[in-house]
Ligand binder design. Structure first.
Ligand SMILES: Cc1cc2nc3c(=O)[nH]c(=O)nc-3n(C[C@H](O)[C@H](O)[C@H](O)COP(=O)(O)OP(=O)(O)OC[C@H]3O[C@@H](n4cnc5c(N)ncnc54)[C@H](O)[C@@H]3O)c2cc1C
Length: 326
């Protein structure tokens, strides 16, 4: 069984070992025998600029039978936080995943863990090739319509710094973060309040994930576009790739993102039910980092990581909020 010790306050300059020692001292005082301590969450409390503090939660293991009385500083981690995928072959024909952005990658990963490795098709190139076509576009303006900032292995956010924060609470989040760490993302994404993978590491994670999928029975076809599909009795029966090759398919996972307008048109014409969805429009605002850090942290700003902020406006008909910061 796992427990979490919350609300461990540390000064700006501290060592991680001191955080773990503080957690060990806390459980000792509670007469709990615990082991395998690790950082579970880290955030900064900058409300009082004269005494800014890091706030930690530390997790540890205790025996299953241990009597723990949870309170605001001590929690038991629910077993439901761990997602376990049972391996059981259920599909007679190999399923097909279209798109290799975050949605397609995780669909393929879960299918593989469950013993049903799919065929993955992706209209863009593998990330190493994609980097070249994107650089060419930035340098010369020459657009590769199939492999670019939106299309290709890793999907639309591959050329960002891989921010992982979300306003949504979902018990699968830790599973997602642990999967990224498994494939080479920094361990600190598991506990930082505003985690990000980093552009350079994001590509390595993609390459490692691809290798895992291939080693475990998936087939990947890059530069391959789903161009048509056939339905029989309201169910998909065949798909066409690159306006050419037709293959049988009865389990199709469409992970095609927002930008593939030709595919949406094709799906609509083929009789797939499509529903319009509301969208949000965004603008980019630039500030000097020093300005934000000074206003959030005061004189201590240099000793702390770059600060960010969040603004929310709730209007009568619409609201507006700042989404993320690089
Ligand atoms: C510049 C930028 C920066 C971003 N930064 C972040 C960030 O830091 N953090 C964050 O959480 N989100 C970020 N996002 C948003 C994030 O990228 C998207 O929410 C996410 O990529 C959506 O994942 P997806 O798999 O649904 O679709 P996508 O990532 O769009 O992937 C769809 C994939 O399907 C492929 N495809 C489409 N049609 C076909 C077809 N017919 N045949 C074969 N393949 C096809 C495409 O080539 C593409 O690779 C960013 C987006 C952009 C554009």
């Amino acid at each position: 069984m796992q427990i979490v010790i919350n609300n461990i306050k540390m000064p700006v300059n501290h060592k991680i070992e001191d955080v773990l020692l503080a957690a060990q001292e806390f459980v000792r005082q509670q007469c709990i025998y615990a082991d395998n301590f690790y950082i579970y969450r880290q955030s900064i409390d900058a409300r009082h600029k004269k005494s800014i503090k890091y706030i930690y939660s530390v997790a540890a293991e205790v025996n299953n039978g241990a009597k723990i009385l949870p309170n605001s500083n001590l929690q038991i981690i629910s077993q439901n936080d761990e997602i376990k995928v049972e391996s059981k072959k259920v599909f007679k024909k190999r399923p097909v995943v279209v798109g290799m952005g975050p949605c397609g990658l995780f669909t393929a990963y879960i299918l593989t863990l469950s013993g049903n490795p799919p065929l993955i098709i992706e209209r863009g190139g593998m990330v190493e090739e994609r980097v070249k076509s994107v650089e060419e576009f930035w340098n010369s303006g020459k657009l590769n319509t199939e492999s670019n900032v939106q299309f290709g292995e890793g999907g639309a956010g591959t050329f960002s710094d891989g921010k992982l924060n979300t306003g949504i609470k979902d018990k699968r989040q830790r599973f997602i973060l642990k999967t990224f760490v498994r494939f080479g993302a920094p361990n600190d994404i598991l506990y930082k309040s505003k985690p990000h993978i980093g552009t350079d590491k994001l590509r390595t994670v993609l390459i490692n994930m691809r290798k895992y999928l291939l080693d475990n029975g998936c087939e990947i076809q890059f530069n391959t576009t789903l161009t048509s599909l056939k339905m029989r009795n309201g169910k998909v029966s065949e798909i066409e790739l690159n306006n050419d090759k037709v293959i049988e398919c009865d389990k199709l996972f469409l992970s095609i993102g927002h930008s593939s307008r030709d595919t949406y048109e094709m799906l609509y014409k083929a009789g797939v039910k499509i529903e319009a969805k509301p969208f949000a429009a965004g603008v980019r605002i630039e500030h000097k980092q020093e300005f934000i850090s000074r206003s959030q942290y005061g004189v201590e700003w240099k000793a702390l990581p770059p600060a960010d902020y969040k603004l929310v406006y709730n209007g009568k008909d619409r609201s507006c909020y700042s989404f993320c910061m690089c």
